[in-house]
Design a protein around this ligand. Structure first.
Ligand SMILES: [Zn+2]
Length: 497
């Protein structure tokens, strides 16, 4: 073995928080490395995620604004996962001049393809109605995918700028990765044109002498998840940029949410009702299908017809089926026992077009209709709600977070009447909420996650949460683990020693 690498040093580095501070959404972090000592370029710029701000008019204005950096100057974009608040501004980045390399896991690329195709379709429609230019066009999406490279989990890869990157499983949604960046002269490529190299100079995730290790978590999964693997450890990390969506609170137990779901379905069958479930197409639909499949096969709920009325959810579920290598042992055992499809509830029907979608409403009870969007702000769920909310023989089940100002939030709060497509709709259906279906770690588990690297961490940047969550979590990390934890503000730059 050569000993040449043991004399490595880390170059000057900084992180700028360009989005995803004081807010769950809009993740956008700029990591810069001073490479003037090794290369003719003065710095190497890595962007982690380029997400949409969501949930308010101010957020929409923020999305329209120019980026706080020059997109053409970015060398690499790392994409943690395919939720809109992590990928939603990638086509705008491209439209504004970015031509660097994009990296993600293969599953994230496949999911991003269907999510961005859906988003550009909606944006084009909306800009037509409002007579204003769209945030980006179809061609920008195409260009983004021409720049996209995929790297499987656990494959050390030199990405330039003295950085070797490893994607670890964050356990959040299919394909979701945390990026562990090993920075040091021992991973410096030779000067000149850089060619991406997989399986490069850092053969394992082991930190080498003189290296600095920075981890960007993206979103962290609610492990143990139903069918996805647990979140990996980040032992040895020096710096951490982490999410904090549930930084200030804990989830209800997984047994309780499962029992609640079983009770609602059993009640639907017993009282011969319609059950409507607004669900996000990515992850929540698959979670509910998996849970129903297991409950039904175990004889814990009656078998009743379920209609998935979301073309996007169907495409996403097909991708989930393809990546069974990302499943945890529980799901793999089901496959090994002969369950060919972990999402195939026995009486499941896919609704393909609008005509079928309308016909479903008149199908006999009991039945379950699941459709997007998860907060009832668009999609086919709206028409079903218009039809079924006045019906006393209907239950509407909320299984996800409902943002302030959405129809879903109004229903959750128990309003007696809503307005849908200009029509006043009385709410006579029973509204139920199950809070426990989250794909994020809660406060206790976020602290436990950080504790795995407490002995080496120099600083933790707590981001991607409401201000209250960020501050609470930073305080807990400091008090319980004795680790320096800070809450960066939008636009802050922090130099890493
Ligand atoms: Zn996410």
């Amino acid at each position: 073995m050569s000993s040449i690498h043991t004399s490595s040093v880390s170059p000057h580095m900084s992180i700028t928080f360009c989005g995803g501070t004081g807010s769950v959404t809009g993740a956008n972090f700029l990591f810069e490395i001073d490479t003037s000592a090794y290369s003719k370029n003065k710095s190497f710029k890595i962007l982690v995620d380029c997400g949409l701000e969501q949930g308010s008019e101010a957020a929409e204005k923020f999305n329209q604004q120019p980026f706080s950096y020059i997109p053409a100057s970015i060398d690499v974009l790392l994409v943690t996962h395919a939720h809109a608040d992590h990928i939603g501004r990638i086509p705008k980045l491209v439209k504004d001049g970015f031509r660097g390399r994009i990296y993600s896991t293969p599953a994230t690329r496949d999911l991003a393809e269907v999510m961005l195709a859906d988003a550009v379709h909606l944006l084009t429609e909306e800009s037509g109605h409002l007579h204003k230019p769209a945030l980006y066009e179809e061609t920008d999406v195409q260009t983004a995918f021409s720049l996209w490279h995929t790297i499987p989990y656990y494959t050390p890869t030199d990405i330039g700028g003295c950085v070797s990157m490893i994607a670890k499983d964050s356990g959040h949604i299919l394909g979701a990765a945390m990026y562990e960046l090993h920075v040091g002269t021992n991973v410096c490529p030779t000067l000149g044109a850089f060619t991406p190299k997989t399986g490069g100079t850092v053969p394992t995730a082991q930190k080498k002498y003189g290296e600095t290790v920075i981890v960007f978590t993206g979103d962290l999964g609610n492990s143990p998840a139903l069918f996805l693997r647990d979140t990996d450890s980040i032992a040895g990390a020096d710096y951490l940029v982490m999410e904090s969506v549930y930084g200030d609170r804990n989830h209800e137990s997984k047994e309780k949410r499962r029992a609640e779901l079983a009770a609602v379905i059993t009640d639907t069958a017993r009282r011969n009702r319609t059950l409507i479930i607004p669900a996000f197409s990515l992850e929540r639909t698959q979670d509910i299908l998996f849970e129903m499949n297991e409950l039904e096969r175990a004889g814990k709920i009656p078998s009743i017809p379920i209609y998935i009325d979301s073309p996007l959810a169907q495409k996403v579920t097909d991708i989930y089926r393809r990546y069974s290598d990302s499943y945890n042992d529980r799901a793999k055992k089901l496959l090994a026992a002969g369950d060919k499809d972990i999402f195939a509830v026995p009486k499941l029907t896919r609704i393909e077009n609008n005509r079928e979608s309308e016909r479903v409403d008149s199908f006999p009870n009991p039945k379950i209709i699941m459709a997007g969007s998860g907060m009832s702000v668009g999609g086919r769920i709206i028409r079903h709600e218009q039809h079924f909310l006045p019906d006393r023989n209907t239950t509407l089940l909320l299984v996800g977070y409902q943002a302030l100002g959405t129809l879903g939030r109004a229903l959750e709060e128990g309003v007696p009447e809503v307005t849908i497509a200009g029509e006043r709709v009385p709410v006579r259906a029973e509204i139920k909420t199950i809070l426990g279906y989250s794909s994020h770690k809660d406060s206790d588990h976020l602290v436990e996650f950080v504790s795995g690297a407490a002995s080496t961490l120099k600083k933790v940047f707590v981001a991607m949460g409401e201000p209250k969550s960020e501050l609470f979590l930073a305080q807990r990390i400091h008090d319980y683990l004795g680790v320096n934890a800070v809450v960066p503000k939008l636009g802050d730059t922090s130099t890493l020693s």
